[in-house]
Design a protein around this ligand. Structure first.
Ligand code: TXA
Ligand code: MG
Length: 293
């Protein structure tokens, strides 16, 4: 059996399969199977109030699909989706990933697959199969290895159940691109007491080492997450998101470099300022949450 066939067989029997998407690795289970979905929440230690994105192989007439975009839509009353996966909401979050392996698995299994990022709740998202194995290990029945995820930050989430539409999470499709397709979209600044995406917690994507944002110098025994051609000096370990200042390259490197610097034994990780344009908005969102206490 090929890894794709094995993945599809396991998923249709209620198994948990980690698989690559262009954003991050997902932890997949049959979205119509309550017991399988319950295993996702257990493996991630994820709060039950936090619903899951449903992944499907295709959808007609959606401009950004396949790709790193998730749309929140009204739920059909007779939908066969596990209510656990939806955390009791009357909306569903849908995504058509573009990654070849994700596409093949979704086509082979031919049912919606609920898949959060394949990390324990609150920790750094995985962009390699090794990250998944290190974080979730035996809790997963199979990890399909597709190498590093090319985009590297999670999908952009847009809520289409409200008027005007609302951007709930900056991600792999930039706000500028979304604005050309959905005029008047409101960008959620995250200040709501009750965030519209239940999983948008202040602290998330977090390494165990403390993060210090917008550093202008390295202090003490800090590691450095650098950006651009002039990295600060004096760090005990340095990783440069992009020495040419390319935000797409920086996004693709973000989580792997955070994983590496977290393992460096430094007292803290200092991060250099990153422009808030293009994928920079998603990168800064993740860094702010990683730094929150
Ligand atoms: O790129 C991605 O989106 C990755 C890959 C694996 O597809 N998945 C991902 O899933 O990032 P997760 O579970 O780590 O983040 C999904 C976010 C959570 O903040 C959750 O609360 C929100 O989507 N969400 C899910 N269903 C929702 C709904 N009906 N309304 C609003 N937010 C929803
Ligand atoms: Mg996640």
């Amino acid at each position: 059996m090929t890894p794709v066939e094995q993945a599809a067989a396991l998923l249709s029997e209620g198994g948990l399969v980690a698989f690559p998407t262009e954003t991050v690795y997902g932890l997949g289970a049959d979205a119509t199977d309550d017991a399988a979905v319950a295993r996702i929440y257990a493996a991630k230690a994820r709060p039950r109030f936090n619903p899951l994105i449903l992944h499907v192989a295709d959808a007609e007439a959606a401009r950004f699909w396949p790709g790193p975009l998730t749309l929140v839509l009204p739920r059909r009353d007779n939908a066969k989706i596990s209510s656990l996966a939806l955390a009791g909401l009357d909306t569903v979050a849908l995504r058509v990933p573009g990654h070849t392996l994700a596409q093949s698995i979704l086509r082979a299994v031919a049912r919606p697959i609920a898949a959060p990022s394949a990390n324990r709740s609150g920790l750094i998202s995985p962009t390699t199969a090794d990250h998944v194995a290190a974080d979730l290990g035996d809790a997963v029945d199979l990890i399909v290895d597709g190498g590093a995820c090319p985009v590297g930050v999670e999908s952009t989430i847009v809520d289409l159940t409200v008027e005007p539409a609302r951007l709930l999470r900056p991600g792999g499709v930039t706000a500028a691109d979304i604005e050309t397709a959905i005029r008047g979209i409101v960008v959620d600044d995250g200040s709501d007491a009750e965030p519209k995406a239940p999983g948008r917690l202040a602290r998330h994507y977090a390494p165990s080492t403390r993060l210090r944002l917008d550093a202008e110098a390295v202090v003490g025994n800090e590691a450095l997450l650098a950006f651009g051609p002039d990295p600060l000096t004096g760090a005990v370990a340095t990783a440069n998101l992009s020495s040419t200042g390319d935000l797409n390259e920086a996004a693709a490197n973000l989580f792997a470099m955070l994983h590496d610097l977290d393992a460096s034994g430094a007292a803290a990780i200092a991060t250099m300022p990153i422009p808030d344009t293009g994928l920079g908005a998603a990168i800064n969102d993740r860094l702010r949450r990683a730094a929150a206490s």
